[in-house]
Every structure is written in structure tokens, then in C-alpha cells.
Write a protein that binds this ligand. Sequence first.
Ligand code: IMP
Length: 431
Amino acid sequence: MPGIIVVGSQWGDEGKGKVVDVFSAQADFVVRYQGGANAGHTLVVNGVKTVLHLVPSGILHPKTVCIIAAGVVLDIEEVTSEINALKEAGLIQNPEQLRISDSATVLLTYHRKIDQAREKALGHEKIGTTGRGIGPAYEDRAARQAILFGDLFDPATLKEKLTASLKEKNFLLESYYKTEPVAVEPLYKRLLQLADELAPYRCKDASTMIHRALKSGKKVLFEGAQGTMLDLLHGTYPYVTSSSTLSGSACVGSGIGPNSVQKIIGITKAYTTRVGSGPFPTELEGDLGERIRKEGAEFGATTGRPRRCGWLDLVAMKYAIRVNGITNLALMKLDVLSGHDKIEVCTAYRLDGQEIKDLPTSSAELSRIEPIYKSLAGWSEDITQVRSIQDLPQAARDYVQFIATELATPIDVVSVGPGREQTLWIKPLFN
Ligand code: IMP
């Protein structure tokens, strides 16, 4: 079955949005299956920039059906304003372009408030969340208290669930975090209003819709958010997000079996970035880190925070390939590395004097490791105008080849800039 999963293989912000936008030209469906408005996918088409947080990045292709599946925490205000902006820009002309699963978890103002209050209370120990309420919304889902998207269309159930939820949340907000509570009635009225606006996008059974598409041979792309190292179970816990960011989550979050998946594409930058707190073995703190941040415009699409920057970490990449079952890679932002005399790549770590080749899973060990680098020659040419792999400078080609060989995984796509046209294909997407 022609299902392809696109996952981030680092700490998020790898350029998944661009890849999904480019791939969507060949896809019939694009499914977003986890995360929420903590993600920020930046797309540049004909020089025009669009930042999406919830709507799948396939939306810029009018014939592609975009689905927000059950595994997503749906910030209801954010998705409405995103849809309205896309409508105004003429990018959503028909509501059939976007389907929202009745089973998605609704994320409300109080989730954001709790997330922000909790981070404030943690002080120096904070996770560095995006403050978008992601953790508290997934907590509600796990506690079986979540309001689902389908509930918005049943006023009695909505009122009942909202009242019950706010009883507990307001106790927490007022008594523990000493902040303002949230009133039931105005929020209830607002939700009924939003339900009217969002009704045309409602999809009662997204899992069946995706299954039928796959069964009839339609090309379906599953768009991941965040990255492997932010996975709730297998990332650098506790400095992670609250969903599973791994490829397996595509199946769980959208309600399909793993046998529907043909390919798993890991997206990686030619270097590494991370936002928020937590271990980052190859982080460059001095001028070099600053230079990459500036040249790569490494500032969060959601929060505007400067991203921490460092060299490519092949130990972490090997881990990502293993836990996701990545079959192919897309190498993004190669152009950002132009102009360096030499480029370092981390090929192993040193832990307590010993060389190790595997990522430690304990956070105590992770904080003690030091990267071991291999130096490769850099290139001075601007490569943003290059349109085929053969035309890259030899040193850039050697860099790409070195990564593919070390990781024993083919690189299918190399990106040399934000535009659709700045994409060098080595292999086609769908077989
Ligand atoms: P949360 O997902 O907002 O709870 O944040 C938890 C951690 O994940 C923080 O370190 C965030 O900076 C990080 N994070 C969440 N979403 C993204 C993303 O889309 N890109 C990069 N980092 C993210």
C-alpha cells in the first residue's frame, strides 16, 4: 500500500514542512497524526512565506486532501485562524481540501494557561515548552477527560464535559498556580460559534477515510511533527514533547496498520538544531554556533526563540534510523554550510573516557558525553542556485556521500534553499 511517513530525525525543525509541501505535488492525501500548534512548518512558494502550525503542509496543493487525524491536539482557536488566513489567501477554496477527525483532542485556553503556569513554577528546571498547552491537552486525553472535536457538535455533551473539566482545571489554576480561572459560559458560547465555522471540515471517521484511500491505491503521505529526540518515550526525557514523534505514531495517530507503510523518510538538516532545554551533544556555543544560526535563520517558527545550533550528529541519526525504521533520508539546508573551510561531523561519543557508538538512554549519561568529530573539507561556493546533485561542488557531494555511507541509508533528496525549486531529487518519492 502506498503510504509514506515523513518524520523528523533530530530535535524538530528539520524542514519537514518544505519536504511535505514538495512531496504533496505527488500525493493524494496528507495526514497530520500527532502534536499540535507547537509545530511550525514554514513553506515558501514563489517567494511567499506561509507558516502552518496545524493544517497539514499539503494544503498548498489544491487537489491534495489534508487530514488532521485523531492523534493531534487541536488548538481550536489556532486552527480556525489558520483556516481563515488560508481562505483569505485563496489557498483553501473548497472545505473538502481539509478534513478534521471527530476523534482529535480539542486544546483550549486552559491547557495553554496550565502549560505556561507550570513552566513558570519550574523556574530553571523548566522544559522550555512552546507554551501552547500540548502537555496538559495530552494529559486530558490520557485521563479520559478530553473534549473531542466531535463533541463540539453535540451542545449538551460539550457543556457537560466543559463544566466537569473546568472544575478541576480552575482549582489548579486558582489554588495552586494562583492565576485567573476560566469561566464556563463564555468559553462554551465561543466553542459553539467555532463549531459552526468548522462544521464544513468535520470528518466523522478519518481512519476509514485513510484506509479506503490506501486500499484503492491512492498516495498517502503521513506528516510528522517535532523530531525523534523529542519523542515522549524514546527521546531525551524529560526534555521532550508530550506525544510520540516516531514513525509508529503515524499508524496509531491516524488509525491504520503498519502494513500500509511503504517507506519511512527521515528528514535531517545538514547540521543540528534544538529549541528548549535538554542535552545537545554537538552544540556549538561560540561564534560558529552564532554563524549557523544567522545563516540558517534558526529562530523558532512558533515562538521566535533562537535555536541552539551544532554540527551533524551521526550517532543520534543512527538512533533515529533505528527507532523509526527510516528507509530513506532527505538532507535539508545544505546551502547553510557553504563558506566553512571545514565541516565537522560527530561519528562517536566519549563517555567516561570510553569511545561509544550508540546513544546512551540515561539522561545522566547523556549529559556527560562528549562528541568525537571527523573533519571534512568545506566548500566556498553559493549552492542555492544549483538544481542537480551533479552540479554541487565536489566537497558538498562528498559530504552528502559521507553521510549516506556512514548511516547506510540512501539520501533521496537534498535541499539547497527554502523554495520548492531548490530541491535536488536523487530518487523519486513514490515507486
Ligand atoms: P511542548 O511540545 O510545547 O510541550 O515543548 C516540549 C519541548 O519540545 C520543548 O523543548 C520545545 O521547544 C520542543 N518542541 C515542541 N515542538 C517543537 C517543534 O515543532 N520544533 C522543535 N522543537 C519543538
